[in-house]
Design a protein around this ligand. Structure first.
Ligand code: PLP
Length: 409
């Protein structure tokens, strides 16, 4: 028999959200009348902006006629979308990103999971704790995890704790990692890094020759003036950082699927012979070999979001979720809980009441409020003592959740 990639079998059996889904399904089967409100998995609920629907409708119609049919597109994404992104997401903020440094994909998760394909299998990675599980699991699959420790961490990965005591701002790594994953605004804590705080990481990466993989999936939720929207707002970041963006939480494309990755031309890695190799070339090579481009129809939908009406429409949706976030924050605070996040982010990181761990608080909220959250310890040991709530429900469901919570707490 052939051998499999043994690292896959070393991963813990169930992905966090599958485990929660099972707990909730069991609860539902025992309480079929319970009106469950889900603030657990980070999926959106508002419909797609009319501008994007119009863009996609046109694209679908084009497919119906031989004159306008579009087949395989460029693996890197259609030029019309890449130039809209370069102009609106970067140039308008004073950041110089060229169209050919942008790679359109079917979502940030794939790019984040795939990016280390182009790095040596022995590189050392550092992640924050708590962390979006994809950064860890994808490295474990590639054999970089070492072995699983009793507390759920991996011996081969460095963890940068983000706790109440450091204000959820990770300390600079002490282990000299080659790659540092940062996600800001952060999933799960909902906190953000200021320009100065992110600048410390850029400075570190440049001094140590490290690469920052910067996940900006929640950029659209930033409202604080001193929180950068892109890592490239920091001087020198183009020499040390790749940035991942997603249309999922910005424009509700969780089901449509679209994202992009910026790989600047200034970014180099070390070849086997000691030469400097441009990462952009390697990523292009990887994508042209293993990816055939994102859907034309969806790219047309995304391009329509860069029109004035498209931008206005997605702002309205983001404001809708942000209103939920502030309603939730205030209600939890009034009920006497300590909460973080929810300002530059759709996530609220609520501290469990005294005497409750993450799982106990999760169970309490499920059993007594019929409210699904995510236990913080599922994102790493430093998440113990917290649960994550999302602001992606409807206003009505959020108000209902708030009223159930105030009765309970
Ligand atoms: N990065 C973070 C931090 C996320 O929370 C998510 C989705 O929940 C993603 C990336 C995935 O984004 P996409 O839907 O574009 O794959």
């Amino acid at each position: 028999m052939f051998e499999i990639n043994r690292y896959y079998t070393e991963l813990p059996k169930s992905y966090l959200f599958s485990r929660i889904a099972k707990t909730v399904a069991d609860f539902k089967s025992k309480h079929p009348d319970a009106r469950i409100i889900s603030m657990g998995i980070g999926d959106v609920t508002r419909p797609i902006a009319p501008a994007a629907i119009a863009g996609m409708t046109e694209a679908v119609k084009a497919m119906a006629s031989a004159d306008s049919f579009v087949g395989y597109g460029p693996e890197q994404g259609h030029a019309f979308l890449r130039s809209a992104i370069a102009e609106t997401d970067f140039s308008s903020r004073g950041i110089d990103i060229a169209d050919d440094e942008i790679f359109i994909s079917d979502g940030a998760k794939s790019d984040i999971g795939n990016f280390t394909d182009i790095l040596d299998s022995r590189i050392k990675v550092a992640v924050t704790d708590p962390v979006y599980p994809v950064y860890v699991d994808s490295n474990v699959m590639a054999g970089r995890g070492g072995h699983l420790l009793p507390d759920g961490r991996w011996s081969g990965i460095s963890y940068m704790p983000c706790t109440e005591s450091n204000g959820f701002v990770p300390e600079l790594p002490r282990t000299a990692p080659d790659v540092i994953y940062l996600c800001y605004p952060n999933n799960p804590t909902g906190t953000a890094l200021t320009r100065h705080q992110l600048g410390m990481f850029v400075d570190y990466a440049r001094r140590h020759g490290a690469l920052i993989l910067f996940d900006a999936a929640y950029e659209a939720y930033i409202e604080s003036a001193d929180v950068p929207h892109s890592i490239y707002e920091i001087e020198g970041a183009k020499e040390c950082a790749v940035e991942f963006r997603s249309f999922s939480k910005t424009a509700g494309f969780t089901g449509l699927r679209l994202g992009y990755t910026v790989v600047p031309k200034e970014l180099y890695g070390l070849g086997a012979d000691g030469s400097r190799v441009p990462l952009r070339q390697l990523w292009l090579r990887r994508q042209t070999t293993k990816f055939n481009g994102a859907s034309y129809v969806i790219q047309c939908g995304a391009a329509s979001l860069y029109t004035p009406e498209g931008r206005e429409q997605i702002q309205q949706t983001i404001q809708y979720y942000k209103t939920n976030a502030s309603v939730l924050r205030e209600a939890l605070q009034q009920a006497g809980l300590t909460v973080y996040g929810g300002v530059d982010s759709p996530y609220i990181w609520a501290k469990s009441p005294a005497g409750y761990g993450s799982e106990q608080f999760f169970n309490l909220l499920l059993e007594r409020c019929h409210l699904v959250t995510t236990p913080g310890n599922g994102f790493g040991p430093s998440g113990e003592g917290f649960v994550r709530l999302t602001a992606f429900s409807s206003h009505q469901a959020t108000r209902e959740a708030v009223s159930r919570l105030s009765n309970l707490l």
